[in-house]
Design a binder for this molecule. Sequence first.
Ligand SMILES: [Zn+2]
Length: 242
Amino acid sequence: MKITTYGANLIQLTRYPLLFPANCYLVREDDGFTLIDTGLPGSTAAILAAAQAHGAPIRRIVLTHAHMDHVASLDALHAALPAAEVLIGAREARFLAGDRSLDADELQGKPRGSYQTCKTKPTRTLAPGDRIGSLEAIAAPGHTPGHMAFLDLRDHALIAGDAFQTRGGVAVAGTIKPLFPFPAMGTWHAPTALASARALRARKPTLLAIGHGVVLAAPLSAIDQAIAEAAHHLKEDVAHAA
Ligand SMILES: [Zn+2]
């Protein structure tokens, strides 16, 4: 596990940094850590060791979405940390429980990617605007129907899950980057992902921390470029995209 610290509050944990990098994050709070995502299967011991090495317990487990490379270690972590809260967006909780159906009023793209059903039930489901310590939950659908991102209101670090990627090039979910196409291949609805990217950009993040790739500091111009590229691929007219 590669461990990289960004400022006082954010620690990135990366499995397989060279092959198939999958990140999860520890966010420091007064009472301990909020863990965002749980990584690939078998990440539990390394996540627990990282929290211990940084001197605080994990109090909460927050999930951006229910794909395998984000939730695979949830059940094992929940067993190791039975008192920790487990939080996920209300819509995404259905995927976590194994229900992959879409509602009649949802856009009817095919939910793609490797959803994983977990035994662990959320202790609370999240709505947009909910606070988890210093984090604000922001709806960021598109990669999955119920995907959420989390903005640290102390410093505007954005933990964006797979709403963006930086591995293989900075991209909005749904834009294929040939060097790392997997997040795009697993994306449910690219136009929705683009709308979410714009909404996240409007919050003016100072750091972009994503599921796959390195953390970007001062990411706004890279995000703008990624949004323009996604809009171009979706053939939006340029006036609207600007
Ligand atoms: Zn994903």
